[in-house]
Ligand binder design. Structure first.
Ligand code: NAP
Ligand code: G4F
Length: 398
């Protein structure tokens, strides 16, 4: 799979460049991270000018977490982010926010319920009240990796949500706090498209099975305890901040690498898989909208159109002025530059999955009605932005 074959560890910090790792370790600004030893004690709640609204984001260092933090800060929220303690502090996507006066990071891990509970208490102490919104975006989010690490994936993606919901309940925050859970179109798995809120689930990976547990435990806490908790069932969304182990960013990064002579050929798995790809910026806005509704409701969010991986490849290369011609079938399929005949893309079975999700296409009718949500980015806009970014930035691997 991508993370392994590129010589990097399978953990989500693995995609970052060596250059960054060997330079002086990045230091988090002291006041922004809660550490085990007492820091300069934060201003007591009574003395601070109370923020109107505060939110906690788990997975704040990820693609969606970083865009959501930006979005909420722009809406004048105080934003608390849960961040993992790694040997390499994973703040590349949120570096520009680290000195923001309303942005606070707390070390934590979804696999540690006690820690999660303590972080929540700390957030309450800092703000003088519970956060109004919690967005649980943290996950082992790579489908292929979930086949290699199914137990770990279940701990983070399934039990992590249980720990979070339970902490909210134990802290008696249910009347005050709304919870968003990052569900996924992967839960539909082999159910034929278009998929909407009525479509039966048929997960095809340990990742999707774990997310399905989290989906149902969220429904259960809503029904059993009256918690305002919702599942966003989101189809694929991408951006220049997407990790390079996902197919879109792998492709757009390769367009730049091939042009700069840093790569010989792009090796991909299933070119026939279809996905409904949108832009992460549009989707984090929808997450927020879901928590602003009068009643909690699980919703499908997607563009309503799907494209094969092959189509994404063609469009991405075309954005860089390279026109491809495909030849052959199955593992012998290749794509060559029409102008030069150079082979630029090959199929590599190492990227095939033990069980695949072949066709995802959202029917987002309900969400568009309920949330009045219209994506600002088209599929073409998305591909263009990602390619432009990767043509000009060779070192930002995230
Ligand atoms: P991502 O870029 O992979 O980010 C995942 C985040 O979770 C990172 O901040 C990561 O921290 C954190 N994390 C991983 N394991 C953790 C743990 N044990 N404890 C605490 N934090 C942990 O994912 P994304 O694309 O932003 O997606 C956000 C969420 O939406 C995920 O739950 C994903 O499964 C779900 N989702 C995504 C899509 C999509 O197309 N993007 C679609 C549907 C659902 P590090 O930085 O330390 O690795
Ligand atoms: O980019 P992908 O790895 O994303 P996938 O599996 O659809 O999962 C993403 O979207 C989900 C929402 O539907 C999220 F829940 C999940 O967290 C993640 O964000 O793969 C997309 C498709 C697959 O069919 C895969 O088999 O592309 C195919 N593919 C073909 N070649 C490849 C490759 N995928 C990857 N990662 N690498 C390849 O070389």
């Amino acid at each position: 799979m991508d993370t392994v074959s590129s010589g990097r560890a399978a953990c989500s910090t693995g995609g970052r460049t060596k250059k960054k790792e060997i330079t002086k370790p990045m230091e988090l600004p002291e006041p922004s991270v809660t550490e085990p030893t007492p820091l300069a004690e934060p201003t007591p709640p009574a003395a601070i000018s109370r923020p109107a609204v505060s939110a906690l984001i788990t997975g704040v260092s990820g693609q969606d977490g970083s865009y959501l933090a930006e979005f909420l800060l722009a809406q004048h929220y105080t934003v608390h982010g849960l961040i993992r303690r790694c040997s390499h502090v994973p703040t590349e996507r949120i570096e520009h926010l680290l000195n923001h006066p309303r942005f606070h990071l707390h070390y934590g891990d979804l696999t540690d319920p006690q820690n999660l509970y303590e972080v929540l208490r700390k957030v309450e102490r800092l703000d003088g009240r519970p956060p109004r919104e919690i967005y649980n975006l943290a996950a082992q989010s790579h489908v292929h990796v979930s086949f290699v690490m199914p137990y770990y994936t279940a701990q983070v993606d399934a039990l992590g949500q249980l720990s979070l919901l339970n902490a909210v309940k134990e802290l008696q925050w249910i009347p005050h706090t709304r919870v968003y859970f990052a569900g996924t179109s992967e839960m539909f798995g082999s159910s034929p498209p278009p998929q909407n809120e009525q479509t039966p689930f048929h997960p095809r990976s340990p990742y999707a099975v774990a997310k399905l547990y989290a989906y149902w435990i969220t429904v259960n806490y809503r029904e059993a305890y009256g918690l305002f908790a919702v599942n966003g069932i989101l189809f694929n969304h991408e951006s220049p901040r997407r990790h390079v182990s996902f197919v879109t960013r792998k492709i757009t990064r390769a367009v730049g690498q091939l042009q700069r002579g840093e790569l010989d050929v792009l090796r991909l798995g299933n070119l026939n898989a279809k996905r409904d790809w949108g832009h992460s910026r549009d989707y984090v806005r929808a997450m927020w909208l879901m928590l602003q509704q009068e009643t909690p409701r699980d919703l499908v969010l997607g563009m309503g159109e799907s494209h094969t991986v092959r189509e994404f490849v063609v469009k991405a290369f075309a954005c860089a002025g390279v026109h491809l011609r495909f030849r052959g079938t199955g593992v012998d399929e290749i794509a060559e530059d029409c102008a030069t005949g150079r082979v630029l893309v090959r199929v590599d079975p190492r990227y095939f999955r033990p069980s695949e999700v072949e066709n995802l296409q959202a029917d987002p009718t309900l969400a568009r009605q309920v949330l009045d949500w219209t994506p600002e980015y088209s599929f073409d806009d998305l591909v263009r932005e990602m390619v432009q970014h990767d043509l000009h930035v060779s070192h930002h691997d995230y």
